[in-house]
Write a protein that binds this ligand. Structure first.
Ligand SMILES: [Mg+2]
Length: 267
């Protein structure tokens, strides 16, 4: 039997999934393996719990990722989304959209948003993600070269720095396709806390899946709550500071990104 089968010991697994690079392809930003989503939904039918822990906005997830989940989930099942790194969250099922929740103390000030919007207006590689409600996200245009984008982000960061210095509680977080300006308290760990607050039954195990070193902090709230936790890492940048905990395992697969999740689910 598969080591992560949900029928093992009749137990349920909580899946806490990053989106970019795990469910959607980083450059095209589209779901690359629809089969993976269907496999996850089949697991939900057998008792697993599905949660997305993303920096994306709720509206982006609703438009690009949820339709396939909602058409594949059975009527009784739902999926939970922690968006914008824990600043907003919402539950969805095929027939219902539950109320959207947010933490208003995590909003980036309007004046800073306006200053950054002006700086980015002139940039060819990048756009200001207007769907975000709490943070500023500067994102690579679809299909742009990720290496070139990285170089241009350095330049943008220098232009933004003088404005940012006025806001000590804000920080910058970068990925291969985006630069986020956010309240320091948001992050994948806060996203997992939202997931923990939402679940009504205790799973036997948690599997967190991510492709950025920053995704590793997803595991922290689950370890604090003493759940046996797996962190399936699908990125290529080294995990410079791995967390050591007797409850934490790092399963490995040979493929990276979305293909790695497909491999894991099929193993
Ligand atoms: Mg990612």
């Amino acid at each position: 039997m598969s080591p992560h089968s949900n029928t093992e010991n009749g137990s349920s697994i909580l899946w806490c999934l990053d989106v970019d690079g795990v469910l959607t392809e980083p450059t095209t930003k589209k779901i690359s393996f629809p089969r993976t989503i269907k496999q996850l939904c089949r697991r939900a039918e057998q008792g697993d719990i599905l949660a997305l822990n993303t920096g994306r906005s709720l509206s982006w997830i609703e438009e690009r990722v949820l339709p396939l989940f909602l058409s594949s989930l059975s009527e009784k099942d739902s999926i939970f989304v922690s968006a914008e790194k824990g600043a907003l969250w919402q539950k969805f099922s095929e027939n219902s959209k539950f109320p959207k929740r947010s933490d208003k103390t995590l909003l980036v000030p309007r004046e800073l948003q306006e200053a950054v919007r002006k700086i980015v207006r002139e940039n060819h590689s990048t756009f200001f993600d207007e769907t975000k409600e709490s943070m500023i996200s500067l994102e690579m245009r679809d299909g742009y070269d990720t290496k070139k984008f990285g170089d241009e982000m350095h330049k943008l960061e220098r232009l933004i720095a003088p404005f940012l210095s006025q806001y000590p509680t804000l920080s910058i977080e970068k990925s291969i396709i985006a630069l986020d300006i956010q309240e320091s308290r948001v992050g994948k760990s806060l996203g997992s806390l939202r997931v923990l607050e939402w679940i009504t039954s205790r799973p036997n195990k948690v599997i967190c899946v991510g492709d950025s070193p920053a995704d590793l902090e997803m595991v922290i709230p689950f370890l604090t709550a003493r759940f046996p936790t797996d962190f399936l890492y699908l990125g290529t940048a080294p995990l410079s500071d791995p967390i050591r905990d007797p409850l934490l395992s790092y399963p490995s697969v040979s493929s990276r990104y979305c293909e790695g999740l497909t491999e894991f689910l099929s193993s």
